[in-house]
Design a binder for this molecule. Sequence first.
Ligand SMILES: C[S@@+](CC[C@H](N)C(=O)[O-])C[C@H]1O[C@@H](n2cnc3c(N)ncnc32)[C@H](O)[C@@H]1O
Length: 226
Amino acid sequence: MTSDSRSHAEPGPTEWGAGRHGVGPWAEEHPGEPLPSSDRFDPELLAEGDRRNVVDAYRYLTREAIIADIDTRRHRLHIAIENFENDANIGTVVRTANAFAVDTVHIVGRRRWNRRGAMVTDRYQRLRHHADVATLLGWAREHHLEVVAIDNTPGSVPLEEAELPENCLLLFGQEGPGVSEDAQSGAMMTCSIAQFGSTRSINAGVAAGIAMHAWIRQHADMNKSW
Ligand SMILES: C[S@@+](CC[C@H](N)C(=O)[O-])C[C@H]1O[C@@H](n2cnc3c(N)ncnc32)[C@H](O)[C@@H]1O
């Protein structure tokens, strides 16, 4: 079936979330089948149904079992976002990082951030806090990660043409100041996302999604995507 014919007959990706997603109790979804006995399954979800925002492969699994599975799928991609003033975009960054099975999201600066935009994906995502950029850069060196700052500052390399390192930490700035000087001088390069309109910059959460996907296109094994 072509994707064209499918788009007329079946719900497409933007409609998958319409209505309540998830599954009902195991007994209703799998009539006559015994309840799974493995402790990877959550008895409450088996009894009452699973309406969590997780992919179908993770239905009825405990949070611990889901995290253990993602841990086997994580990429050599780390994300860091500076959090000295404004944390409004961090939730979005965490949610996208979870979708791409990023290894760890590093928060630099203030420890607190608004979890709302993460839509509970932070439960499944490794998070690490660093007091300042120097500590983050030291940690990256110790873990053999090359740091790429992302901002549209003078001298930056177009992300559209850049070869991103496989063992990579992408470092983002925040609304207002952008990526700090310390971050840029500690990075192997700074990459910019091409723009064509009037605004000086795009939202940091959106920029993070674009840059993560640039890494995915270069390094991820598409056979392992859902
Ligand atoms: C809203 S921007 C603010 C800084 C921006 N340099 C300015 O002059 O207004 C916040 C963050 O989003 C990311 N960002 C926004 N637009 C970008 C672009 N076109 N290229 C790369 N990063 C961008 C960067 O990480 C940046 O630090």
